[in-house]
Design a binder for this molecule. Sequence first.
Ligand SMILES: [Zn+2]
Length: 222
Amino acid sequence: MTDIKQVQTEIITVGHKLIHSGLVTGSWGNISVRVDAATIAVTPSGRDYLSLQEVDISLVDLMGNQLGGNLLPSSELPLHLAVYQARGDVQAIVHTHSVFASACAVARRGIAPIIEDLVQVVGGSVDVAPYALPGTIELANNVVKTLGKKNAVLLANHGVLGCGETLSEALLCCELVEKAAQIFIYGQFLGGAVSLSEADCLTMHQFYDEQYRYRQGDKKNV
Ligand SMILES: [Zn+2]
């Protein structure tokens, strides 16, 4: 059985990492974890990550009803819930407004499958979900549709969402997308970033999926 307090602590730890790595500024962005079949833990709305305590992390059901936590859940809760409902394999979600990923998102240019670590973990290109206002069901639906079976998606004029089978994997997706976005932009300046072939992307993603993911002692559901 998953320890809720442990999940809340891990969410706070990842929140600190988002601030210290520069992936998030202020209280923007959000983090969630599927605690069990009926419970999602999610960062609260509009709070500084560095001030968060375990009791501040909201607990909600899959319909968004609050089950616990001192504060209101993130205003992007509909986005998180839609991804969990569409993707039974997703156990955690990290959403950031990081700079290079957002540059691609405002240009509405998806990040081509140009670098190996990105395609291994994310599963290929990072496509752009059509724009909708933050916090809306329309945005949630656009994101789910564009995300498909991959582990990351850009949100037009907004930011990036990464997901995975663990919280550390969802964070890794956001880190890899930010790095790939920077490489993609620089590559374009140098004459054009060259994409990996679809077959090579598939081979690398399958290798990661089947053989690499849990090698480093990463535990499912955390
Ligand atoms: Zn956002």
